[in-house]
Design a protein around this ligand. Structure first.
Ligand code: PMP
Length: 283
């Protein structure tokens, strides 16, 4: 396979790994995951707007403009012959003798890869729904930055899997924030609710698309935080992410247990999201 290193697409296995890269030492870097449908990146500009915002928040130097990143992403897709799959792009602050203090305007190190993904497993989760595990959100207070530091998320996902759940739903003092790698929506009496795009969550690209779709469909959307009690009392619950699209939640486990049915609002948003994907691939 072929991977990205700086602005080159090269054979995998040939990237020099520098142990003094701040990405390894401090998790000092950012990333993006873009889905590929029918050989085309989906919502590329939205993902790279967020990439630039993450870079700005951490004072990471952007070595290339968005057009170069887009070109490299497309090259990763074609060289690896990805029909449906994902592209991962990472950027660390670069290499320097280990010191917590960073110098501004270091030479960022960009790496990336592309993988094929079977749409079957995504489809299965979308038609059957998934089980989720309620757990405390132990992460830092800048979850809006798509940084490489994901230990809180990683621990939450492991815990969920230990209870046969495919995703964790995290809460801070009883306020639901987001999944370990997804955003969480509830539906109550026909109204959608999801945590506002503050420092406590990652503002998901799928989340933003779903909010826009809901507004077009005249489904009321409240970007307001909601409690664990509202979660258990919801008519419908679903999660959104680049790799899961719109996936219904059919079970909550943990301190609170609740079963849900896949409801009409979730089903409609799933359908509209698929239409959006179709429009992207035919563009
Ligand atoms: N929250 C977190 C913590 C995530 O890791 C992700 C997936 N990257 C999301 C939300 C969903 O974001 P997106 O829709 O952009 O994939």
């Amino acid at each position: 396979s072929y991977v990205l290193y700086h602005d080159q697409i090269i054979k995998s296995g040939s990237i020099p790994v520098d142990p003094e890269d701040r990405g390894y030492l401090f998790g000092d870097g950012i990333y993006e995951v873009v889905f590929v449908y029918d050989r085309k990146p989906f919502a590329f500009n939205e993902h790279f707007d967020r990439f630039e915002q993450s870079a700005k928040k951490l004072e990471l130097a952007m070595p290339y403009d968005i057009a170069t990143f887009k070109h490299l992403t497309e090259e990763l897709i074609t060289k690896n012959n990805i029909v449906n799959g994902m592209v991962y792009i990472q950027m660390t602050r670069g290499v320097a003798p280990r010191n917590h203090l960073y110098e501004r305007n270091m030479q960022s190190v960009v790496t990336g890869f592309a993988k094929s993904v079977s749409l079957d497993s995504i489809e299965k989760s979308q038609s059957n729904g998934i089980q989720t595990y309620l757990t405390e959100d132990i992460r830092w207070l800048r979850c809006d930055i798509k940084s490489l530091n994901l230990l809180g998320n990683v621990m939450a996902k492991r815990k969920a899997a230990d209870f046969d759940c495919q995703e964790a739903i995290q809460h801070r003092d009883g306020t639901v924030t987001e999944g370990s790698s997804s955003n969480v929506f509830i539906v109550k009496n026909g109204t959608l609710k999801t945590h506002p795009a503050t420092n406590l969550i990652l503002n998901g690209i799928t989340r933003q698309i779903v909010i826009n779709l809901a507004e077009k469909l005249q489904i009321p959307v409240l970007e307001e935080s909601f409690t664990v009690d509202e979660l258990t009392g919801a008519d419908e619950v679903f999660i959104t992410s680049t790799t899961m699209e719109v996936t219904p939640v059919v079970q909550l486990r943990g301190n609170k247990e609740q079963a849900y049915k896949i409801g009409p609002v979730t089903a409609e948003l799933q359908k509209q999201f698929k239409t959006q994907i179709q429009q992207n691939t035919s563009a």
